[in-house]
Design a protein around this ligand. Structure first.
Ligand SMILES: [Zn+2]
Length: 410
């Protein structure tokens, strides 16, 4: 909720904001109601602004012209920028004034730009990262309890959907509960997020014991924890598994946070951690018609050394091609990672019930299962992948709908 509050009106501003009209800036997100501007000065390159609430800032004049929201500078239907920055006369101020508490700039080429004071306030330069409703990923702590939302509540949208999508981004894991089991419900859930990401196994997939399996998932054997398709340049982001029946003996689902395991390894053996993060190895899936290969490290770090991805799938690790003197050390690091992954503290066991769906970040959270006996009952899951971008998009849209509703109510 914190992130929503940032775009909602401050109570102290209510009186001031009544003194000014809000101007449309062609944004979907409701912008800050804020206080009126009381000062707008400029020199050759900078504008200096002051608000009645005491905030001040400076912005380059070219920034102002770049952000003009009129119909000539932003497409009236798509809101995309059509102004192109390249004409010097367009970037020189002819006149500047405060009008209705907002900013008006007339440029040397005769063009007029109008900026809402609250919109400007939200965009004043700062070292802080831009406000976002998408939570940063957080490694699971011991005894992690997954977020659970009822299927019907999620489908209804609003706060329940927002909370579920937030959990999926933060924990890389979230559960829907008490859904129908007619089959195809997973398509309804995917439709709230985005298109299904197809792979060499197709779009939506069915997980049950098959006569002629081309993948261990389609057999009843136990599956060690793994991420799917690390042999792709971009492995599928979010995996969803919807349980339609789980009456067979066994078949418990197991999950583990690859990020938490990586952090544990970093703490216990920094050298082994670095080796897995710095040594690319080959992953490969091949069948009669497919041959998909990438060379990537097991642990991926971002520029700040935060773990952002894990590729772990022992079936489709290709031959290890490393200089002889690196091989033993790599195997040792890999086995250490795996042995932490096998510690009960890092594992989440679930017996999925009919009508339950798990969604997890396949590039971070590993999944597996215990073996099951297909002669003792039906076990049928439907699965698909969706892109993380679309999960974030669904989250932002849900958040801004709620923010818009809050503004309307206040
Ligand atoms: Zn314009």
């Amino acid at each position: 909720m914190e992130t929503l509050i940032a775009s909602a009106p401050d109570t102290q501003d209510t009186e001031a904001s009544q003194a000014r009209h809000q101007w449309d800036m062609k944004e979907y997100l409701p912008h800050h109601e804020g206080a009126p501007l009381v000062k707008a000065d400029h020199d050759e390159t900078l504008v200096s602004l002051a608000w009645a609430s005491g905030e001040q800032t400076q912005l380059p004049l070219i920034w102002l012209r770049d952000h003009c929201a009129c119909d000539l500078c932003r497409h009236p239907q798509t809101f995309e920028r059509t102004f192109m920055l390249m004409d010097d006369a367009a970037l020189t101020v002819h006149q500047m004034r405060v009008e209705q508490g907002n900013l008006v700039v007339v440029w040397q080429d005769g063009h007029t730009s109008r900026f809402d004071a609250g919109w400007l306030l939200q965009r004043r330069p700062s070292d802080a990262p831009p406000a976002t409703p998408v939570p940063a990923s957080q490694a699971w702590q011991q005894g992690h309890e997954p977020h659970v939302t009822a299927f019907a509540d999620y489908m209804a949208g609003g706060q329940a959907r927002l909370g579920w999508l937030e959990a999926l981004c933060r924990d890389g894991f979230a559960i829907l509960d008490a859904g129908p089991t007619a089959g195809g419900e997973i398509d309804q859930v995917a439709a709230t997020i985005g298109p299904i990401r197809a792979t060499n196994f197709g779009g939506r997939f069915e997980v049950f014991s098959k006569q002629a399996p081309n993948n261990a998932a389609y057999t009843p054997i136990a599956l060690e924890l793994h991420t799917d398709l690390p042999n792709w340049r971009q492995p599928p982001d979010i995996q969803m598994l919807y349980c339609l029946a789980n009456e067979a003996e066994g078949g418990d689902s197991i999950f583990g946070d690859g990020m938490a395991v990586a952090e544990a390894l970093r703490e216990r053996d920094p050298q082994a951690f670095s080796l897995l993060a710095e040594t690319p190895v080959d992953f490969r899936f091949a069948d009669e018609t497919t041959d998909l290969v990438v060379r990537e490290p097991v642990i991926h770090l971002d520029a700040n050394d935060k773990v952002i991805e894990v590729r772990f799938n022992n079936w489709i690790r290709d031959s290890l091609r490393l200089p002889l003197e690196q091989m033993q050390a790599w195997y040792s690091a890999y086995r250490q990672y795996w042995s932490i992954l096998r510690e009960p503290a890092f594992r989440l066991h679930l017996k999925l019930e009919a009508g339950q769906m798990v969604a997890f970040d396949n590039r971070r959270v590993m999944h597996g299962r215990k073996s099951f006996d297909p002669t003792t009952g039906r076990r049928h899951l439907q699965g698909c992948y969706v892109d993380y971008d679309m999960v974030e998009s669904a989250l932002r849209v849900t958040a801004r709908q709620l923010a818009g509703a809050n503004l309307t109510q206040s």
